[in-house]
Design a protein around this ligand. Sequence first.
Ligand code: GLN
Length: 228
Amino acid sequence: MVRIGVAMLQGARHEHCEAIQHAALEMNIAVEIVELRKASQIDSSIDGLILPGGESTTMRIASQSESLLDEIFNWLSQFPNKPVLGTCAGAILLATPGENREPFIDVEVSRNAWGRQRFSFEAPVKVSLETPEKSHESTYEVSRDKFNHKPLPIYNQAPITKDDFPGVFIRAPRFLEDSIKCQKIATFNEETVGVLQGNKLALSFHPELTNDRRFHRWLIDQIINNSS
Ligand code: GLN
């Protein structure tokens, strides 16, 4: 059983939970999702982690009462080989140094650098990361209502092809090109929008708001390879 923690701080966390469920079905693998709300839930039994997008400042504030984010950072330092997917604000958290610690990914980010909310956009992204194919044709329902919150829309204008990924950029950060000291794995118009360091993947866009689960399959696959 693969155990994936999802930081339930704020933002598109429920969509990530659903994306993992779908990816697990597509790979025919049993996955347990641990919705991380309290520091005490985070320990060595978590095999991999998702840091969702949202608003990174709000996430920091939201986590203060339960010290969730601090404990997540401790976990990241303690288990440097466990796979992590950080999207948008989650990528910012991975790339930002803390008090007395280096960032978890060697890249500098500029927040909100595409402009305001209304300049959010959808565009095909070129991906150069090997991600596992679906091994199972599963049919599943998009059943976010069970999370008892108003679901975010699934975007589908950007065409899905084998190489291009439908990038959804919502007040996205930008990776500062000259600062990138890790692997570039995704580009939009020649600009890097996804980076990988070890098995920490940081994307400036929102894969959980599409129906393409390849990055979530990647996370599951990394966990399986990590523990074998
Ligand atoms: N603008 C947000 C921030 O700076 C990130 C946006 C997102 O995660 N969609 O934290």
